[in-house]
Design a protein around this ligand. Structure first.
Ligand SMILES: NC(=O)c1ccc[n+]([C@@H]2O[C@H](COP(=O)([O-])OP(=O)(O)OC[C@H]3O[C@@H](n4cnc5c(N)ncnc54)[C@H](OP(=O)(O)O)[C@@H]3O)[C@@H](O)[C@H]2O)c1
Length: 260
């Protein structure tokens, strides 16, 4: 893993990096016992709500605007390597921040979302964008890394595969919602093996990012995503079994085919 020198910003970045790497376990525990109250798990007691497409747009927005704001202050701003990494990060987050919410709005998959949960996600996205993009643009010395492009290509393939799985699965789910009549059993492709291929795709994407960036920043985000989405997938799977009972395919796992 690559590392880099000392300044107040460097100390702050180290602190955020440590924080990111250490919150995974508590996140996993918390999310295993308390399902985040949005979508099918929404419930009262979490304060006022806003339309979910607005929430997705607002809470994910730091990943685009804050990333673009801090990148130019990096000492590697004109490095093709740093720019390639930034582009991959933005590829995911332009989709998540702009295209995905508009798609939900367009397909009428638009429930309500507690502002309190949005605010927590917004704060996490600020922290994570700072950790990832400050690393990529300033602290990670990719020009000195002779294996950079090999790792970048391997990571890109993994990331690309994950993104295709994630986006395709989200399209299927939002499409089901658009048909009206509430939640349905998703069918076809990876849905035959697991309940939440969209989450598996997201985890694979950030595995690719960890390979590309070859950094504790990337590892921290991968661990966090895993800790956030695996318990939610377990909750969704249990919810499907309770809602659809015998109708729900028994051989389907939650998020890792044949295993979990
Ligand atoms: N990196 C991270 O830590 C992180 C965290 C959270 C989410 N994400 C990503 O954000 C995206 C959305 O996450 P999510 O938790 O909202 O996903 P989700 O619960 O699977 O919902 C996705 C969309 O499909 C609808 N839907 C889901 N299952 C359905 C069914 N069986 N029948 C009909 N409609 C269904 C949902 O409607 P409702 O909203 O009305 O339920 C929602 O519009 C995913 O790609 C996920 O990977 C990433």
């Amino acid at each position: 893993m690559m590392s880099s020198s000392s300044s107040p910003d460097r100390s702050f970045h180290n602190f955020c990096l440590l924080f990111l790497n250490f919150i995974s376990f508590p996140t996993f525990l918390c999310c295993s016992f308390i399902q985040a109250p949005y979508g099918r798990h929404i419930r009262s007691g979490w304060g006022p709500t806003i339309p979910s497409w607005v929430s997705w747009f607002l809470m994910e927005s730091p990943t685009v605007f804050f990333s673009l704001l801090i990148y130019p202050f990096g000492r590697h701003v004109s490095s093709l390597r740093s720019f390639s990494l930034l582009s991959v990060f933005l590829l995911h987050y332009i989709h998540r921040t702009i295209i995905y919410p508009l798609f939900r709005l367009h397909r009428n998959s638009n429930g309500s979302f507690p502002i309190s949960v949005s605010l927590m996600a917004f704060t996490f996205n600020l922290l994570n964008s700072y950790v990832q993009i400050r690393w990529v643009s300033h602290y990670g010395d990719y020009e000195a890394d002779e294996w950079f492009w090999e790792r970048f290509l391997v990571g890109l393939v993994v990331f690309g595969f994950g993104m295709v799985v994630n986006v395709k699965s989200d399209l299927v789910l939002v499409g089901l919602k658009a048909q009206g009549g509430g939640y349905k059993i998703p069918r076809g492709g990876l849905f035959e093996l697991i309940s939440c291929p969209n989450y598996l795709g997201e985890i694979i994407e950030w595995l690719g990012w960890a390979i590309m960036t070859w950094s504790w920043a990337g590892v921290g985000f991968l661990l966090y995503t895993f800790s956030n989405l695996v318990p939610r997938a377990m909750g969704n799977h249990k919810w499907y079994l309770e809602k659809f009972k015998e109708e729900y395919p028994r051989n389907r796992k939650a998020v890792i085919p044949f295993l979990y």
